[in-house]
Design a protein. Structure first.
Length: 320
């Protein structure tokens, strides 16, 4: 059995939990034992426990996100030591890209990451498929990695018999959700992360639209850190355009949209504001939301919000 160490930002705890659920079969088969800092018992020294488990780990997962890269603790303590052990071939380091970020500029940027092509988990239209892709890559990596020197090549008879027996999960309740408190910093980080995803989403969708339709030309332009434009042309005539931004001249928080690629931010056709709930952060469409969802307000994830704005962008071309 190999020990898997999760190095992550606490702001990504919900995504880490989802990832660990996908390791259930690896655990049941006795292939891995997962560890992260939430396993530390009360009264234990936090730093000492992390250092000890980091040294014992066979596989170290670096859960990359903007918050992970911004964490001095993750960067200075866990990433540094993980890469040292990886270089010495004492442990295998695998980057897992949770949210869009500049992970390729990090010390682990040259390592093959999961999911496929290093595409962030939150960038997949089907998040279950993204996590399954990660789990399969972890399984393949485990199969290729030999046991560390000093490990027993075969278990004693009693242990072998025990390993052959079905592993019974410890009884526990499935009702584990508790209310979470979100700060203004959490809300700002949510908006920034969603905006970066939307920029990547629009650029990729425009490319796919052009590849699928021979008579379509597209243009994506990143104006600055807070604003991008998109345009689509049919037979050289512009039929769809938009500017999407955060901040700007209109004093409303969230993500704004206007059906023009002029880059102007003093008018808008849609605003996605952030709603805090007991269990997460979501977007609400202020202007078109009630009409498009049949009169009922609708909470949107970052991915759903991107699809929402893409539908607004593409609507002029689809109704012609």
């Amino acid at each position: 059995m190999k020990t898997v160490f999760f190095s992550y930002s606490h702001k990504d705890e919900a995504l880490r939990d989802e990832l660990e659920i996908r390791f259930t079969m690896l655990k049941r088969e006795g292939l891995i034992e997962a560890w992260h800092d939430r396993r530390i018992a009360v009264g234990k020294d936090f730093d000492d426990e992390i250092s000890r488990k980091l040294e014992e780990a066979d596989v170290i997962l670096l859960l990359a996100s903007p918050d992970f890269l911004a964490s001095d603790y993750c960067w200075g303590k866990e990433v540094k030591r993980a890469m040292e052990r990886h270089a010495a071939r004492d442990a295998l380091v695998i980057p897992i890209v949770l949210r869009p970020c500049e992970w390729t500029r990090a010390p682990f940027g040259k390592l093959l990451a999961a999911p496929s092509d290093g595409k962030a988990v939150t960038g997949w239209s089907d998040r279950d498929a993204a996590f399954l892709d990660v789990a399969r890559k972890i399984r393949a990596a485990l199969n290729e990695r030999p046991e560390r020197a000093g490990a027993a090549s075969s278990p004693p008879p009693a242990a072998a018999a025990s390993a052959a027996a079905p592993r019974v999960a410890q009884a526990r309740s499935s009702n584990l959700a508790i209310n979470k408190r979100f700060t203004q910093a959490d809300e700002d980080a949510f908006v920034l992360s969603a905006f970066e995803f939307m920029a990547e989403f629009f650029e990729g969708s425009l490319d796919a639209l052009r590849e699928r339709n021979a008579d379509i030309a597209v243009r994506f332009r990143r104006i600055d850190a807070n604003r991008f434009t998109a345009a689509a042309y049919r037979d050289s005539r512009k039929e769809a355009a938009c500017t999407i931004w955060i901040g700007g001249d209109v004093m409303t928080s969230g993500v704004k949209y206007v059906g023009s690629d002029s880059g102007a931010t003093n008018v808008m056709n849609e605003t996605l504001t952030v709603e805090r709930t007991d269990h997460g952060l979501f977007f609400n469409a202020l202007m078109g939301g009630m009409h498009r969802s049949g009169g009922a307000s609708r909470r949107l994830s970052s991915e759903q919000a991107a699809e929402w704005l893409w539908a607004m962008f593409l609507e002029p071309m689809q109704r012609r």
